[in-house]
Write a protein that binds this ligand. Structure first.
Ligand code: G3H
Ligand code: 13P
Ligand code: ZN
Length: 316
């Protein structure tokens, strides 16, 4: 059952965080649903602009609608990740998405406010929920690359003003994490002090932590042993999710870790089967491994076991 991110935030705020996982294909979709049901967790499916362009934007919609039928107990939101104004409007009009992210964080403050407000007005008129971003994460996203020294932590006072002026429903804050597999190359860490300040000024308001992959070192080692070159890759300590959730982080974005599972499975499979050509064999292993990974993450986020609570809250 597709719900809005707000439905899920109402259940989770201050207690646990909802996992927001990016998908690009059928295998990720099947593993994602399986892992969330195995761990009895509500979840958020994220679709980036790149994912929408990978085959065709309608392909992912169809795959998700099919998964909704295959796993009728699942409770999830469908969310556009890092949208620009045009992709937000496209998703709002599609009638399929339940929430969109407008990412104008690279724009000056006033421009970010103006763009976000336009998206909020259009989305709210159609019953969709909006996430925006203030501050700048380090790392690489599809349309923008931010060097660590250029990343800017979210200013708490500005966050309060931004939320009040835009009417946005949740806010992605730059608190030290970054996108991709190479985080914290300098002296960065999660800035709990900034989170605490934002929560004081915006009590009860859902915050979003992007760049939350933990880049498990065992996964990196296995990839490297099987021919990869990911020396120095590292991520966020997943044992900190609980602390972040208490400070208002209600949505935790994870994409890179899923890519690592995919890379490890396929590198190991073809190393062990140099004559292998049947894509279904590694595909099947990946779906099972991805499901295990999702269930583990949900334990760390505290969303595992919360499916029934979410079901009661949305009246399903
Ligand atoms: O934050 C970005 C996400 O990891 C999505 O990545 O734009 O390459 O699909 P992508
Ligand atoms: P990671 O690169 O840490 O998985 O972050 C994903 C993300 O923030 C998607 O919006
Ligand atoms: Zn992100």
């Amino acid at each position: 059952m597709i719900v809005t991110t707000k439905d899920l935030f109402d259940v989770a705020y201050g207690k646990f965080a909802i996992g927001a996982y990016n998908i690009n294909n059928m295998e990720q979709c099947m593993g994602l649903f399986q892992g969330n049901l195995d761990s009895r967790a509500p979840f958020i499916i994220q679709i980036s602009k790149g994912a929408r362009a990978y085959t065709h934007k309608l392909m992912l919609e169809s795959i998700i609608r099919a998964a909704d039928q295959i796993f009728p107990d699942a409770i999830f939101a469908v969310h556009l990740d890092h949208g620009d104004e045009q992709s937000c409007f496209d998703c709002i009009e599609s009638g399929f998405y339940s929430s969109v992210m407008i990412d104008a964080s690279h724009e000056p403050f006033e421009e970010n406010v103006a763009i976000t407000k336009r998206v909020v007005d259009a989305a709210h008129a159609r019953g969709l929920v909006v996430e925006a971003e203030l501050g700048q994460l380090g790392g690489v996203e599809e349309h923008i690359s931010v060097r660590e020294e250029d990343a800017k932590l979210t200013d708490p006072q500005q966050a309060k003003e931004f939320v009040e002026r835009t009417g946005v429903d949740s806010l992605a804050c730059a608190i030290g994490t970054s996108h991709g597999a190479f985080k914290f190359s300098g002296s960065q860490t999660i800035h709990f002090d900034v989170l605490e300040e934002i929560q004081k000024l915006l009590p009860g308001f859902p915050l979003v932590m992007h760049g939350s992959s933990s880049v498990p070192q065992e996964e990196v080692a296995r990839i490297n042993r099987a021919g990869g070159k990911l020396e120095g890759a590292r991520g966020v300590d997943e044992n900190l999710f609980g602390q972040a959730a208490k400070l208002g982080v209600t949505k935790v974005n994870i994409d890179t870790d899923g890519r690592l599972v995919w890379t490890r499975v396929h590198r190991e499979f073809f190393l062990e089967h140099p004559d292998g050509i049947d894509l279904r064999k590694p595909g099947k292993i990946f779906m099972a491994e991805y499901a295990k990974f999702i269930a583990h993450k949900n334990e760390k986020l505290g969303s595992a076991g919360k499916l029934d609570t979410a079901a009661r809250a949305v009246g399903s």
